[in-house]
Design a protein around this ligand. Structure first.
Ligand code: FAD
Ligand code: NAD
Length: 468
């Protein structure tokens, strides 16, 4: 058996792992990236990118259908249709282009990619398995775990149950046909992003959420705009229901309300999206006896685990399970190993939900500022008063800013509306740069853009908005 020695082993080729490997190689660290399935991990293959592709296709189809009913904008379209196989193949093409690109970047920077499943033998030794057999053994000085996460399964309704009726986001991203009736269990990120897309593709969609509101991670001022949009789109939302399983005939999901009354929701497919859990089992990680934080690997602000020179980043290290957090952590760990002084202390980790309308949260909400005992001011600017929004036929939603009362330091931004995901960059930058309301208010924002609502929110917080 061949044994190789390297400075850094990275387990997992998702956004956390591949960025760590690229940056480490750039810094001259001998790096081996062990990739069990496809480069790009969940994010590029079965997560962020394919979901946004499907969401875009659904949106375009919905637009065509809207025009076919006659529109005030003057466009007429007759009888639009969608070839879902072609949509999926277009989406797969984007995934292929991106994953091939990641492979090329790793190669160009000098990181070695080893195909196979890593089996941890100890904190410095990893066996690489293919078809259950060890094909190579690698020793290292530093071990970085970036094994990601897997979808949570409901034990009484596992993925694949009901002859494949019960699906996870992975299957939902590669449909062979659009189901007539889709029940979505979980009104969080995946449930709503994909639930809305499927509705636009033509399915009747019912979302079942166990809590009393959708998207519990976002504040209610924002989610109520999405709730209204769901109603207009014809997505049924059932709150406060407990899912019991499929009925005997396998054509409906049984649900129970708070008063223990049972009912059924008819379905052709059931998308279960009730969260993801860190991938910590089945590859020898347990043998390291690392300190855990619930189900996730416990890390400090440098992504160090409780074992010296064993690091963990991304979803395996817990919430928030977002690709940009995994990437930022991966880059940082590579730099620390190269001798740079780094700590993971971002001013904020932006969160974006690609529903229609989209949601963005960066930094503190008014409630969080309140809870932290910070005297603050807040102001919102509605897209109804923004010219660009009118030209885009989408005036629902707003931008809101939260700032310290004493020195006007910006603490947070929230926005809901069409296309606001792109504002997250400006929000993040203003927080990271320590901007004040005056900084944003005094920056010339191009006209006509949605960004003007950002400037106007800052102006309004200062008491002199110009367009409202
Ligand atoms: P992953 O991307 O999960 O990669 C880990 C990789 O390691 C996987 O390929 C896995 O197979 C491999 N692996 C595991 N164990 C081993 C082993 N023993 N040996 C070798 N390889 C191994 N986040 C966003 O920020 N924005 C979004 O819009 C967004 N949309 C999403 C949509 C969906 C449908 C889903 C499911 C997720 C979405 N996410 C989104 C979350 C995002 O995908 C994750 O936060 C991100 O992929 C985490 O990166 P990671 O590197 O930690 O792990
Ligand atoms: P989620 O945590 O966003 O939402 C899960 C929802 O399911 C919650 O609202 C929860 O209350 C509900 N729920 C839990 N158990 C339930 C049950 N038995 N019956 C009914 N409802 C139940 O999880 P997700 O949508 O599966 O997404 C997983 C993770 O992937 C997210 O937390 C996020 O980190 C990441 N993600 C991010 C994006 C993005 O950034 N745009 C998109 C998709 C996924």
């Amino acid at each position: 058996m061949q044994t190789t020695s390297t400075t850094l082993i990275v387990i997992g080729g998702g956004p956390g792992g591949y960025i760590a490997a690229i940056r480490a190689a750039q810094l001259g660290i001998a790096t081996i990236l062990i990739v069990g399935d496809q480069l790009g991990g969940t994010c590029l293959n079965i997560g962020c990118i394919p979901s946004k592709a499907l969401i875009h296709a659904a949106e375009e189809f919905e637009k065509a259908k809207h025009y076919s009913h006659g529109s005030s904008i003057g466009i007429q379209v007759s009888d639009p249709s969608i070839n879902i196989a072609q949509t999926v193949s277009w989406k797969d093409g984007i995934v292929k282009r991106l994953t091939t690109g990641v492979g090329a970047l790793l190669k160009k920077n000098g990181a070695q990619v080893v195909k196979g499943w890593a089996q941890i033998l100890d904190g410095k030794t990893v066996a690489v398995m293919q078809d259950g057999k060890e094909v190579t053994r690698i020793t290292c000085q530093h071990l970085l775990i970036a094994s990601g996460s897997t979808p949570v399964e409901l034990p009484f309704m596992p993925f694949g149950a009901g002859n494949g009726k019960v699906i996870s986001s992975t299957e939902a991203l590669s449909p062979t046909e659009v189901p007539k009736k889709l029940v979505v269990v979980g009104g969080g990120y995946i449930g709503l992003e994909l639930g809305i897309a499927y509705r636009k593709l033509g399915a009747e969609v019912a979302v079942v959420e166990s809590l009393d509101r959708i998207l519990p991670a976002y504040d209610e001022d924002l989610t109520k705009v999405v709730k209204t949009a769901l109603k207009q789109l014809g997505v049924e939302v059932h709150l406060g229901l407990t899912v019991q399983g499929m009925n005997a005939a396998g054509d409906a999901v049984r649900v129970k309300n708070a008063a223990s009354e049972e009912s059924e929701l008819a379905c052709d497919k059931v998308l279960v999206a009730v969260g993801r859990r860190p991938r910590t089992q089945g590859f020898g990680l347990e043998s390291l006896m690392l300190d855990m934080d619930g189900r996730a690997i416990k890390i400090d602000d440098q992504c160090r685990t409780s074992m010296r020179d064993v690091w963990a980043i991304g979803d395996v290290a817990g919430e928030p399970m977002l690709a940009h957090r995994a990437m930022a952590q991966g880059e940082m760990v590579a730099e620390i190993i190269a001798g740079k002084r780094r700590h993971f202390t971002p001013a904020s980790i932006p969160a974006v939900c690609f529903t229609d309308p989209e949601l963005v949260v960066v930094g503190k909400s008014p409630q969080e500022a309140q809870a932290a005992g910070i005297e603050h001011i807040t102001a919102m600017f509605p897209f109804a008063a923004n010219g660009r929004s009118m030209t885009l036929e989408s005036t629902d939603g707003f931008v809101r800013v939260v700032a310290r009362k004493d020195n006007h330091l910006i603490l947070g931004w929230q926005a809901v509306g069409k296309g606001v995901s792109e504002l997250s960059t400006a929000f993040g930058l203003s927080l990271e740069m320590g901007s004040t309301l005056e900084d944003v208010a005094g920056t010339i924002h191009s006209h006509p853009t949605l960004g003007e609502a950002v400037q106007e929110a800052a102006l309004r917080a200062l008491g002199h908005a110009l367009h409202i």
